[in-house]
Design a protein around this ligand. Sequence first.
Ligand SMILES: Nc1ncnc2c1ncn2[C@@H]1O[C@H](COP(=O)(O)OP(=O)(O)OP(=O)(O)O)[C@@H](O)[C@H]1O
Length: 636
Amino acid sequence: MSDTPPQNGPASSPEPPAPPVPPRATPAALAAALALAWRAGPWHTLAYGLLVLVEAALPVATAWLTKSALDLLVSRAHGSAFWTVGAGLAATGLASTVLPHTSGYLRQELARRTGRLAQDRLFAAVERFAGLGRFEDPVFHDRLSLAYQSGGVAPNAVVGGTLATARGLVTVLGFLGSLLVINAVLAVAVLAAAVPAFLAELRLSRQRATMLWRIGPVERRELFYRQLLTSVRAAKEMRLFGAGRYFRERMIEERAVADAERRGQDRRELTAEGGLGLLSAAIAGGGLIWALFAAAGGRITAGDVALLTASIVGVQAAVAALVGEVTTAHQQVLTFGHYLAVVRAGPDLPVRERAIAPGNLRQGIEFRDVWFRYSPGHPWTLRGVRFTIPAGTAVGLVGRNGAGKSTIVKLLCRFYDPVRGSILWDGVDLRDLDPAELRRRVGAVFQDYMEYDLTAAENIAVGDLRDGRMDLDDGRIEAAARRAGVHETVAALPLGYRTMLTRMFFGPPGEGADAESGVVPSGGQWQRLALARALLRDRQDLLILDEPSSGLDAEAEHEIHTRLRAHRAGRTSLLISHRLGAIREADLLVVLDEGRVAESGTHEELMRLGGLYHRLFLLQAQGYQEQTVESPAAGG
Ligand SMILES: Nc1ncnc2c1ncn2[C@@H]1O[C@H](COP(=O)(O)OP(=O)(O)OP(=O)(O)O)[C@@H](O)[C@H]1O
């Protein structure tokens, strides 16, 4: 058989990975961020906006009131004007003290609300990806982590940036008006100093966003090492192999690489901002020296000097705040592009507009010349696979490591589509079926099943959620646990089915559970719980068991297979096991070798054939026989 697929028949290539370039800040992204904040808290946004505008006018009002007070003092004028100016200064002082706290609270509350909404939308989008392809794409992972970081922060930063712009404009225009009254040249100079600062900050924020994107893979590796060093799962090997130091050094190396990038960026910012600060200081100093000489010459009043000083400081502070907020918002909009890219990503698997809900399996499932590879850069995993799982039968998949057995399971659940060829459910291509409906008809125990840090009941109930809700019906859960042979074990736990199967979290409140009541099941017990989870849905048409008993002792394995045989009777099932004795009674055995069906038939037929299955079976049987022969001698 050739190593390349035929060029006809249905084809669907895995989506090419996203290009490694950061998205740009577009007006559409800005509008989307604002819309998200508005959606999360319209009243908070509105109130926050109003307060910020009032705050913007305060420095200008205070400067004019101070000027008036000084001029009144110098002219020795007394009376009602003095009282009015004094009351005005007291009011602006009070407002300047109270308003920032109130607007700060509103901003924080808005941040919490937008953060929650953005997180909900992001994870709802991730949930919509029907396949596994994106989860295995490193570029997508970087995008997802940036999306998570920016989704909650960017909308608030954009609201902040927009309001800071409005606030800055109010303050700057107010002070510039004041400066124009005293000296027009000074007004232009103060304004001119702000423009390069603004442009430089925008450029720096773009550089920062690109840098964050660039160090994404480095941070991902650092996280991986960090988890290795702290996870319970890895702790045994870390200690046994003394691998902690090796991974710690690699973690620190990755961190040093990321830090070097950040340091470079910080230095660029330091140089640019330092230069701009010097320019501002020079303008402010020059303006003040001019004002002092002008006042001494009687060309302006003492009040004018105070107003000028407040204007220079006020304009520079307003521009600095504006530049700070706008560049933060700009940088956040750049990374918000990643959030939008994830939230608006199209389906990872093409789902037909009028997808068919599969009916009860009547004829069977047919693999018709299925070719598959995980990406165009990977070698072919399946090369023209053809076989049928007739309805109501048990089919066993046999093959050496890497032959493609688990890949077949993933295609059956439609986590991927074949690149060429098709899989037919009663004659209908899986691509034409609604993936969610298809999965409702399939029960599976995967080779790498999950161990949930939840109660025993929840660990089983997860297998049959209805509208996202868990049905903790004791009868059904117990029946599934009995079928999987784990009921007695669970019933004997301190809180029975309500026992937490972890020492990490406390148990359900009000149950008297504490950290001590958590239990960690053994590998075989976890496997039985995973089996109970798969058996919870007793309505399903196809049961897939990928190595369901690899963690069980011989007695338990025999017991489980007897139970499963009874449960399977008349149902369709696909069994994968390296213990050939456990699946020899399947109605049909399909032997895979290097992604191809090497042989198929019943156990007897394959043994007569004398091929790969015959060889593998004899090898295993020989091992058992040797043990049987050796044991009496060992005993004597
Ligand atoms: N997510 C993936 N991305 C790229 N290659 C993969 C992926 N998963 C599996 N493969 C490759 O596909 C081939 C078949 O793997 P598969 O897990 O289907 O084998 P298997 O027959 O189930 O093996 P085992 O008996 O060891 O469980 C292997 O060469 C493996 O490296």
